[in-house]
Design a protein around this ligand. Structure first.
Ligand code: NAP
Length: 268
């Protein structure tokens, strides 16, 4: 199927590794002009060169000025405004995944809101006007299963992702008839490098590969295995990101696409 992504100008934040890297790779393979973003220049440049990207945009997304710098670098590398914005950068910014809500420092809620919601919101603020002017745009905001089904721990991260979901629905509704869609893409447990490192340390085998870590995490019930019987891989998300980025997906907006192997016990 031709997703009609050829030549489209794309920024994928957090594409120097994990889900973002897989998404940037798949979009580039579909012919899109992709800018790779991350804080680590060497890694971002390595990915960009491997996938034949249009360029890199390097920097943290820690305040309005730094987000603007990344956006402007992407526009320069693309030679025009961002048409497809994949807000993927994020993660648990304060390391509170095992901390109870009332014990989390208020400042950590602010840090997680910046990393997992406000960075994406600021990029939308910067990129949407040109999308509206061009009558075409795609926004994909990468959230988390905990946004709709929070754990008892790590509320600074899950509350920030919930805010991102909420914002996305407002944004989609406000763009009535503009040709610009905004959707949420929700991963469950995805085996990225960070999780592989965690598994290697836990199982005492520094050579353990991707598939083996995934199998042991499931076998030893470190995480609940979702109904499909395995954890996710970055490519599982990338495939749906390509669909939501495609000009063919113009009737999908304000939606939450869960790619979690059935982890969340609900329809949305
Ligand atoms: N993996 C999962 O199981 C899972 C589950 C639910 C949701 N998610 C979400 O999926 C997204 C991608 O996660 P991943 O698992 O693929 O993580 P990852 O492999 O650690 O990649 C994260 C990417 O985001 C960048 N990044 C992180 N924080 C940033 C910041 N403050 N400013 C600029 N860049 C930043 C990193 O860049 P540098 O390393 O170069 O700095 C890296 O490119 C995140 O939003 C995460 O919350 C992941």
């Amino acid at each position: 199927m031709d997703l009609d992504l050829g030549g489209r100008r794309v920024l994928v934040t957090g594409s120097s590794s994990g889900i973002g890297e897989a998404t940037a790779t798949m979009l580039a393979a579909e012919g899109a002009r992709v800018v790779v973003h991350g804080r680590d220049r060497a890694r971002a440049e390595q990915v960009a060169s491997a996938i034949g990207a249009a360029g890199v945009a390097i920097g943290a997304l820690s305040d309005e000025a730094s987000v603007r710098a990344v956006h402007d670098a992407a526009v320069t590398a693309l030679g025009g405004p961002v048409e497809i914005l994949i807000n993927n950068a994020g993660g648990n910014a304060a390391g509170n995944s095992a901390v109870a809500p009332a014990d989390i420092a208020p400042a950590d809620f602010v840090a997680n809101f910046q990393a997992n919601a406000l960075a994406a919101i600021t990029l939308c603020h910067l990129a949407v006007p040109a999308m509206v002017a061009a009558k075409f745009g795609r926004i994909v905001n990468v959230s988390s299963a905990v946004a709709v089904q929070p754990n008892n721990l790590g509320a600074d991260y899950s509350a920030a992702k919930a805010a991102l979901n909420n914002f996305t629905v407002s944004l989609a509704g406000s763009l009535k008839g503009a040709g610009v869609t905004a959707n949420v893409l929700t991963p469950g447990v995805i085996v990225v490098d960070g999780l592989v490192r965690f598994g290697r340390a836990r199982f005492g085998d520094p050579e353990m590969g991707f598939e083996e870590v995934s199998r042991r995490l499931a076998e030893e019930k470190v995480f609940d295995v979702p109904p499909v019987g395995r954890f996710g891989y970055p490519r599982d998300l990338a495939m749906v990101a390509c669909l939501l980025a495609s000009p063919l997906s113009g009737f999908i907006t304000g939606a939450n696409y869960r790619v979690d192997g059935g982890q969340v016990r609900g329809l949305n």
